[in-house]
Structure formats: C-alpha cells, structure tokens
Design a protein around this ligand. Structure first.
Ligand SMILES: NC(=O)c1ccc[n+]([C@@H]2O[C@H](COP(=O)([O-])OP(=O)(O)OC[C@H]3O[C@@H](n4cnc5c(N)ncnc54)[C@H](O)[C@@H]3O)[C@@H](O)[C@H]2O)c1
Length: 416
C-alpha cells in the first residue's frame, strides 16, 4: 500500500511520537485528539507530555506542515488508533478491560473510512479486541466489506500492532524495535507491514491479530511475574534481616539466574494493567499471573508500614518522599505506586509530607488536597527526618550522599 495521509487517533504518550515520526518521513499526518488543550499545544509546535527530544521533532513536523492536530476525524489512507485501554474495577474485585475508548474511536472514524483504507489498533488490547473493532466498523458501515467476513478481499483492512516502546526512549525505540503485526487476514498484515516499514528499521513480524494481542500481554505479564518474585524476596529479606540488593547481586552471579530489581510496587498503565486482561479472559488458568499482580499490588502497603514505623521514632516526623512517577526520569504518574504510598501516608496523617518530583510542576489534586507539598530535593532533604526513595530519578542519583546522613532512609529502589 502507498500512504499519502495517515490519521493517528489519540495523541498521548504513544500516538504523538508515532504521529511525529511518521510525519518526519514526509507523510502527511493528521492527529485526532479529543483533548483541545493537546490539539492547541501540538498545533503551536509544542508538546503536552514529557518525552526526550519529542519537542524538537514535533516543532519541526508542525512547522513544515506534515503534522496537524484536530478534534475532528478526516479521511486518510490509514488510521492508527492509540487510545487508552484501562481496566474497570468491578465490585467483586474483578479487572475487566475497558474497551469504550476503542469503541468511540471506531465510531468516530467509521463515517470517513473508504474502500482501500487500513485501520490499525495500536492500543494494548485483550485477545479479541481487534475483531471487536472490525465488528464496530462493520456495524457503522454496512456498505463496506470487512476481513472477518471476506478475508483478503475486504474493502477495509484491519490489523493489531501493539506498541512496546520504553517511555524516555520512545523516539529511538519506535524506529529500532521489532514490531509484531497481526492482521485479521494475511492481506491486512501485509498492508500494515507496508505502513510500519515507512518508519521502522526493526523487523516487522507477521502473525494473526489474536496472537499479536496476546504477545503484548505476555511480554508485560512476564515482567510482572518476575518483578513479583523480586518484590516477594525483598519482604522476605526484610523479615530475615538480609540486604536484598546484596542477595540478588550474589544470586545473579549464577550463570542462569537473572533476578530483577524490587521496588515500591509496579506502576504505569502497562505492566500493572495488561496482566489483568489475561486473568480476565482465563481466570481458571491464569493463577500465577494473578498472584503476581496481587503480590506487586501489596508492596506499596508494605512500604507504607515501613514508613509509619520509621516515623514513629520522631515527635513531629517530616517525611520526604523522593519521586512520584511510576519509573525513573519520566513525568507519568499513572498507576504509580509512589503516588499511592504518598496518598496513603497523607491519609494516615503520619506527619508532614513533602513530595519531590523533578518532572512535574504541580502536584495531582489527590496530594495537594491532602496537604502534601512539592519541593526540590535539596529543600526536602534539609528539613526531613525520614527520607523515602520511591523512584530512582537521575536527580536523586546525583544528590550529595552526605545529605542523607543522619536521616532514617527507606530505600525502596536500592539507589543508595
Ligand atoms: N505509554 C506507554 O508507554 C505505552 C507503551 C505501550 C503501549 N501503550 C498503550 O498505548 C495505548 C495508549 O496509551 P498512551 O500512554 O498513549 O495513553 P494516553 O492517555 O497518553 O493517550 C491517549 C490519548 O487518546 C485520547 N483519546 C481518548 N479517546 C479518544 C478518541 N475517541 N478520539 C481521539 N482521542 C482520544 C486521550 O485524550 C489521550 O490524549 C494504551 O492502550 C496503552 O496501554 C502505552
């Protein structure tokens, strides 16, 4: 397929870099976004998220006219859907995938799609979601044919191509990572490969849509299970008075052992979310995957109790919490265990709480309303008697180690 215009639906952490990189290859990209502030920011050549070097690329492709953002869908040769796929918290503690954003995106593009178009689902999705997307399109456009009915002969091609970039390295990884491409039919896969080949230097590996969906979920579940092992070790070592960091270093000397690092929990909207999509689809069989989720979700509570114990030594404890993001050197606070820990501490009124997050300028409402203050690392360390390292941001790694002296330090990342 030849692509003159590509439409990217959802200009967030994934959609915006993808749109910018495709535009930088000289293809006209129209980004569709429901958030007017994001649209205005992008059209001004600026960005509304933190991602290294993305501002430079966006400025360049907007100024040359290859990228434009809008709130209304327009015709294009290909549509790439990069909208959120969170889970729904059920009353019974179930975690079923929320496909409403994909459904809205499908209903939005349906009126403008034409025979010959390619629709790609990039959002991380439960098995079967791409077929559902094709179904929503078909429902809205009975005048067109779709691959679930007529295979390679369909007017519209539909494929899933999960994104697996690492925040902080998105621009490099968008280009260098291998891509798993799962078409609803072989012709859908072939068309999707044509599109990705316009900007991907990695290999484009073809499979079917269900396997592509499961591949992404499997990658993140693998990480989650392995982190759960490290987190479980960290609490066991704490009870047995063993330094878990030293222990893991020693065990990893074994040629076939590679234990990951423990932390305050598992955050973000991928590893903490995607395993639930597998659990939801096969609850009877996904027992280890579910337990890993529960183990990782329990870790923030364990850290809160450690902090409470440490704070008990002081009459008026001042607690500096270093880091709120879900991982180092990004501004993304979604599903962050660090945020959960600070919220729980504030709610428990353990003492004065100072948050340090160099990547944001304003605290989220849940924290500012709870009287948590935002400060620089130097200011916080000057007044705190308990210091909790929740994220290994470069600013904390670079901080003068003598500032930690005479403090009670809870180092959930092994930074010190
Ligand atoms: N961020 C990552 O590192 C990452 C990595 C791999 C996969 N993913 C997956 O990619 C998908 C998108 O994630 P993200 O981090 O970019 O989310 P995001 O929240 O940063 O961006 C999604 C954007 O879509 C917009 N949106 C929602 N509904 C829309 C609609 N109907 N039309 C147009 N715009 C709409 C939102 O306003 C938002 O700006 C998710 O499925 C996520 O799991 C994310």
């Amino acid at each position: 397929m030849d692509f003159k215009t590509v439409s990217v639906i959802g200009l967030g952490y994934i959609g915006l870099p993808t749109a910018a990189v495709i535009a930088s290859r000289g293809i006209k990209v129209v980004g569709v976004e429901i958030n007017q502030h994001a649209v205005d920011t992008i059209n001004a050549g600026k960005i509304h998220i933190v991602e290294p070097d993305l501002d430079i690329v966006v400025k360049s492709v907007v100024s040359t006219g290859f990228l434009r953002a809008t709130t209304t869908v327009e015709k294009a040769d290909a549509f790439m859907i990069a909208v959120p796929t969170p889970f729904k918290h059920g009353d019974d503690d179930s975690h079923s995938p929320d496909l409403s954003y994909i459904e809205s995106a499908a209903k939005a593009i349906a009126p403008v799609i034409e025979a010959g178009n390619l629709v790609i689902l990039e959002s991380t999705s439960p098995v079967g979601a791409t077929e559902k997307l094709a179904g929503w399109l078909k429902e809205a456009r009975p005048d067109l044919t779709f691959p679930q009915d007529v295979g390679d002969q369909a007017d519209i091609k539909v494929a899933h191509c999960p994104e697996r970039v690492l925040p902080g390295y998105v621009l490099q990884e968008l280009v260098s990572n291998d891509r798993v491409i799962g078409g609803v039919s072989p012709a859908c896969s072939a068309a999707a490969v044509d599109l990705y080949k316009t900007f991907v230097r990695g290999e484009c590996i073809v499979t079917n849509a269900r396997t592509a969906e499961m591949a992404k979920l499997t990658e993140n579940s693998f990480r989650d299970v392995n982190i759960a092992f490290a987190n479980e070790l960290s609490t066991i070592c704490d009870q047995l008075r063993i330094n878990v960091w030293e222990l893991i270093k020693l065990a990893n000397r074994h040629p076939r052992v590679n234990i990951l690092s423990p932390g305050p929990g598992v955050g973000g909207h991928c590893i903490a979310v995607d395993p639930w999509f597998i659990v939801d689809s096969c609850p009877e069989h996904a027992k280890l995957i579910k337990q890993a989720r529960l183990t990782n979700d329990a870790k923030p509570h364990y850290v809160v109790n450690q902090i409470k114990e440490a704070a008990d030594q002081f009459k008026r404890p001042v607690i500096a919490c270093l880091g709120l993001a879900f991982k180092a050197d990004i501004d993304d606070l979604r599903e962050s265990p660090a945020v959960q820990i600070v919220e729980d501490l504030a709610q428990a009124k353990v003492g004065e709480i100072i948050a340090v997050e160099p990547n944001i300028s304003e605290l989220p409402g849940s924290l500012s309303d709870a009287n948590v203050t935002l400060a620089s690392v130097a200011a916080a360390l000057e007044v705190a008697n308990v210091v909790v390292i929740l994220v290994d941001h470069k600013e904390f790694k670079a901080a003068d180690r003598s500032l930690f002296a005479k403090k009670v330090v809870i180092d959930t990342r092994g930074l010190l």
